[in-house]
Each structure stands twice: as C-alpha cells, then as structure tokens.
Design a protein around this ligand. Structure first.
Ligand code: SF4
Length: 439
C-alpha cells in the first residue's frame, strides 16, 4: 500500500504525529510531492526519534524546507485561486528544471523526443510514462517537477517506437538507462516490452541495460513474490541474451539495507545475474557524515553490491535546506573513502551532474599560494574534456558548479560549449590563470 496525504491522514500512522506536524504537512504537501509506502512507514521509520531519523527526513517534508517569505505567501492566500498562484510561484522559485535538462532532449526531423535525454555519446535516458512516480517520494528529489502540476513539460513517453528508432540510428549508444521517477513502479506488463525492445538484433550495439530505481529502499517487495519472480526471470533472460543488466540502486542511508526483505531482494537480484550499483546524493541532515557513508559502502560490498557514486544534490527544490558545501562533501567522502577496503573504492565522488557534464571534486590544493579546487569531468558534452584535471578558486561556501570561478584554459573550453548551445555561462568569469594540470 502507498499513501498520499489523504490516505496517510486516515491511517494509523497519522496518530504518531503531533497536531502541529500534521498542520505543517498539510501546507508542505501543497508544494512538495508526498508519497510513502507502508513498508517505509512500518519497517524503516523510527517514529520515536523522528526528528533526527534519517528515513523520516527522507520521506516527510519539514517546515524548514520553505523559506520564511514562502510560508507567508502560502499562508496569506485567502481563496483557492490565490493559493494556486502562491503554489505556482513558490514552485518556480524552487528551480524545477535545473541544469538545462531540457537541452538534452533529442530533436529528430524537427520533432522533439520528449521522453528521452541524450547528453553523453554512449548513454540514452528513457523516461517511460508509466514509471514517472516512485514507491515513496524523497524530500530532496531532484526530479520533483515530474510529480507535480507545474508546466507542460514532463520527461515521459509511452512511445517505445521513438526509443527504438532513435537507437537504431545511433550505433554509438552502448547504454540505455530506464529512469523516472522509478521504472520499477511500472507493472511487469508495462515494463517488459521495453526490455524486449532492447533485445532486438538491430540494437545489438546496446550492451548495457540500466534501471534507475529506489525500489530496494522503498518497496523491496517488488523483487519478491510472483511479480518479483517474473521480473527477475525477465532480467535474467536479458543477461542470457548477452546484455549486461545493472540496477542503479539509490540508497541514501545504511538503515535502508537492514530489513530481511531488502537482504532477500538483493540476493535474488544477484542470482539473476543483475549487477547492483549504488548511488545517492549527500544530503544535509540525512547522510552528511562520513560514518554513514562508510557503513553504507561496507554493507553494500558485503551484500554483493557495487558502490558507484556520491552525488552533490542538484540546485532544485529545498536546496537551501539540503545542500552540503562542496568542500564539506569532499571531506566526508575522503574520510569515508579512507576507511574502507579496496572493494568499496569503486565509488566515485563527490560528483556534480552540472550542465556541461559530470564534474568530480578530486581535491583541494595550494597553487602558487592560492587555494584551489581540483576538478575533472568524468562525463562531458564534449568528450575531449573528459578526465582532464582543472582548477577553480576555492570557495568554502560553494554548493554547486555554477558558483565556482573556473580557471583558464578550461573556462574558455566551457564557454565555447555554452556558445555551441546558444547559452551564456552561468558561472562567474575570473582572471586568466594557468590551470589544466595534466593533459
Ligand atoms: S527515488 Fe529518485 S526520482 Fe524518486 S523521489 Fe527519490 S530522488 Fe526522486
């Protein structure tokens, strides 16, 4: 069972919140999408300690997620019309489409393929329409705009032919990521045709099928029982057909990996030959300390999963509340990374999925007496720039790539990338200084 605000308020769980918390929740869910699975409410949340409980914070929006003026605006609405306008205004303030994701929509013969994103040469993202929700919603979700009524734009498609035609003509694509929301929200009946499509002989160049999902955390039952059996048989058949199948599992905290259900689900997925790669943003108040990551990576490796990414939370939603400065994220990552064995060191991070590409924070250095961030692209719209270290002026408060002053010559490279897309760079220009440290 999955609860929205209405069904949650009628459930036995609502009695665990104070009147004030319920009142706040009613307001907050006008802005932020809310959904919680019974599994999360029953088996993961520590209700007694909910104020600090990471899972409660993961699913229940908190009063601090809105700024003071946004609260005032919301509460001052007298009519339904005024409230609608306040909600619309606040949602736009929350930057619903960060980092130019709309720029990634491919256009074929003048027709936008709105359910696809194609940013990096080898990888296509596909957003199946029936999978544009999740089994619960994360408070820090970077795709929250997919779940609310805001503008006409949603990444979604129920046209498998579009995906097929696109892939047929793009032999350079080796990876397809089914994403959302959560594609595993879809029933098997809706999901399987997409898997079948990727197994067609004309798409032999697609080697890797990835499924981005938080079902292991929010609803591990998806991999159990009869429906789970069918799902895993289907994925196993894709592996036997020669594809690599990866579940890109979003785990925010080690607590999500402790139940018998998730442990069993992981065993079954691995038995099907599916590789589980794990990833999460670093989020203030939920997982912004090294011990959480250390335990999480160690446990993931013990369970047979592969730690993959620590992300920086994107500049969207209640970013002011959740964001962790880049420097702190780097410290947390380094502290955790230095206390795990080599098997956990498959993880990369902290990484920002910024407009030009995925930017890794590799370190902090003194260069000619000035403190610098050392960065590199691990993916980029321009593949020439990948894996070339570059620097930016150290800023202990910066929380996102756009806030950094990138040094030359990478700065000019990025400028020209923006120009190619008819955009102006949104980061701060700085005086020229030598900076690509290695070719
Ligand atoms: S699982 Fe991902 S898409 Fe779903 S609510 Fe969480 S962050 Fe958003």
């Amino acid at each position: 069972m999955f609860y929205n605000l209405k069904t949650f308020l009628r459930s036995e769980f609502a009695g665990r919140l104070s009147d004030e918390e319920i009142q706040d929740l009613k307001y907050l869910t006008k802005i932020f999408p809310f959904k919680a699975s019974r599994y999360v409410l029953e088996e993961l949340i520590d209700w007694e300690n909910r104020d600090t409980d990471p899972i409660f914070r993961l699913v229940f929006p908190r009063r601090e997620m809105l700024k003071e003026h946004q609260w005032r605006l919301l509460k001052s609405a007298k009519t339904l019309e005024e409230e609608r306008e306040a909600v619309r205004q606040i949602r736009w303030e929350l930057n619903p489409h960060p980092d130019g994701q709309k720029d990634n929509i491919p256009v074929v013969n003048g027709h936008e393929l709105g359910g696809l994103q194609y940013k990096y040469r080898e990888t296509v993202l596909f957003f199946p329409a029936q999978g544009q929700t999740c089994h619960s919603h994360c408070t820090y979700c970077f795709r929250w705009a997919q779940f609310v009524r805001l503008d006409e734009h949603k990444f979604r498609s129920n046209n498998a032919d579009e995906l097929y035609e696109f892939l047929k003509h793009h032999k350079e694509v080796t990876d397809v990521l089914l994403t959302g929301g959560d594609p595993l929200w879809m029933s098997n009946r809706h999901l399987f045709p997409y898997i079948d499509l990727l197994l067609k002989p004309e798409l032999a160049h697609v080697q890797n099928i990835r499924i981005g999902s938080k079902a292991l955390s929010f609803y591990p039952q998806r991999f159990l029982g009869k429906e789970g059996d069918e799902l895993l048989q289907k994925l196993e058949s894709a592996v036997e057909a020669g594809k690599s199948v990866a579940l890109m599992a979003h785990f925010t905290h080690y607590r999500e990996m402790e139940t018998e259900k998730v442990q069993e689900a992981v065993r079954r997925i691995r038995n099907a030959g599916v590789v589980i790669r794990t990833q999460s943003p670093i989020v203030k108040g939920i997982n912004d300390n090294a011990e959480v990551w250390r335990r999480m990576w160690r446990e993931q490796v013990r369970m047979g999963m592969v730690p993959y990414y620590m992300f920086i939370a994107r500049d969207t939603g209640a970013h002011h509340y959740f964001s962790v400065p880049l420097y702190k994220a780097y410290q947390v990552f380094t502290e955790a990374y230095s206390t795990v064995s080599g098997l956990s060191k498959t993880v990369r991070g902290p990484s920002m999925s910024a407009w030009p590409g995925k930017v890794l924070i590799s370190g902090v250095l003194d260069v000619n007496g000035e403190r610098k961030f050392v960065l590199k692209f691990i993916q980029c719209r321009d593949p020439r720039l990948i894996n070339k270290p570059f620097t930016a002026r150290f800023d202990p408060k910066a929380t996102w790539f756009d806030e950094l002053e990138i040094d030359s010559p990478m700065r000019e490279e990025i400028d020209s990338l923006y120009e190619q897309y008819g955009k102006s760079p949104s980061y701060n220009p700085v005086p020229i200084q030598a900076s690509i440290l290695a070719e």
